[in-house]
Design a protein around this ligand. Structure first.
Ligand code: UT7
Length: 324
């Protein structure tokens, strides 16, 4: 008997503080017109003083567990996709596990930059499909604005903070149909934060400090091609015509990248979940935040076919096709 991992509940959390493009105009040489026309972003949420990635992850998780009707004692696996953990260790997943009171189950982080949620979802899917666990919590949570250089207009206007979560349950009928992950480490320098414990925090040729560095236009071009390719791969693996998809739930980095993928699928933008204008790029948080918003607004209905995709530093990218 085939076992599927079905999304039993979704949840999300956005920090209170909102930073608008007008606010950014006071910080760097930019304009609302430039940010909106190049990225689609109008505002983003910022993590509060003293607030951490795990704080946001816990809030999103509680909502997903409530929606799924799942108690902490039922969780057998917790995965947090994040590139901005509270600490080097313990993992954010262990911090979340403790706060939820789900002690004893496996808990670990996945770092795949902006693709972290999709990579985590894929790992949890494999655990459930293999019969190893029946109930899993997958979270994408980031406080990426903590590692932005607020004097670099190339990056500081693009990112925001937030978290999204799903509870997956083993199901005999339907759920995640396939997942497809990729990485290209040769493009590591195009989007990175090249400091760390073993490389040193203030070394390296750019003496970067803890901040995001990006060659935006190169990332843009590669992302469009990689997402086109993984979307094709996903459709082919499932023997589906591109018109079969009910909703595209893309990574929210840039409206123009989202529109390019939608065009490839011949999908009207009314069938695409877009949150980038309100959230900015929340990295691993972006796909589960968009999914939760789509579910709670009543757009996404049970039985519909959803295509999730993401692209991030590494490079990493992937897609998941699921019947909700
Ligand atoms: O989530 C991980 C994946 N990340 C992404 O997918 C992001 C991918 N990249 C992008 O979204 C876009 O490349 C950006 C939105 C970052 C930039 O858009 P672009 O159309 O690729 O612009 P560009 O980088 O080619 O820059 C065009 C111009 C430059 O000026 P010059 O050299 O033409 O005079 C930049 O200096 O825009 C300038 N610029 C800005 N101007 C006003 C760069 N940032 C800003 C800014 N405000 N914030």
């Amino acid at each position: 008997m085939t076992i599927f991992a079905r999304i039993a509940g979704t949840g999300s959390y956005l920090p209170e503080k909102v930073l608008t493009n007008a606010d950014l105009e006071k910080l760097v040489d930019t304009s609302d017109e430039w940010i909106v026309s190049r990225s689609g972003i109008r505002e983003r949420h910022l993590v509060g003083d003293g607030q951490t990635t795990s704080d946001m992850a816990v809030e999103a998780a509680k909502k997903a567990m409530e929606a799924a009707g799942v108690d902490a004692s039922e969780l057998e696996l917790i995965i947090v996709g994040t590139t901005t953990p509270d600490f080097i260790f313990p993992s954010t997943a262990c911090l979340v596990q403790n706060r939820l009171g789900a002690l004893g189950c496996a808990a670990f982080d996945v770092n795949a930059a902006c693709s972290g949620f999709l990579f985590g979802l894929t790992v949890a899917d494999k655990f459930i499909r293999s019969g190893s666990v029946k109930t899993a919590l997958v979270i994408g949570a980031e406080s990426l604005t903590r590692m932005l250089d607020w004097s670099d207009r190339n990056t500081c206007v693009l990112f925001g903070d937030g978290a999204g979560a799903v509870v997956l349950k083993a199901d005999s009928e339907t759920g995640i149909l396939s997942t497809h992950l990729h990485a290209d480490g040769s493009k590591k320098d195009l989007l990175h934060c090249p400091v760390g414990v073993s490389a040193g925090f203030n070394e390296g040729e750019k003496n970067a400090g803890v901040r995001v560095l990006m060659t935006g236009s190169d990332v843009f071009k590669y992302a469009v091609k990689a997402l086109d390719s993984v979307v094709e791969e996903t459709l082919a693996a499932n023997g589906l015509d591109r018109h079969a998809i009910d909703w595209l739930i893309p990574h929210q980095a840039n409206l123009r990248i989202i529109e390019a993928t939608a065009k490839r699928l011949d999908m009207p933008m009314e069938r695409v979940i877009v949150t980038v204008h309100k959230h900015g790029n929340t990295s691993s948080g972006s796909v589960p935040l968009a999914l939760d918003e789509a579910v709670r607004s009543g757009k996404v209905q049970r039985g519909q076919l959803l295509l999730l995709e993401a692209f991030g530093g590494g490079f990493t990218w992937g897609a998941a096709l699921l019947r909700y």
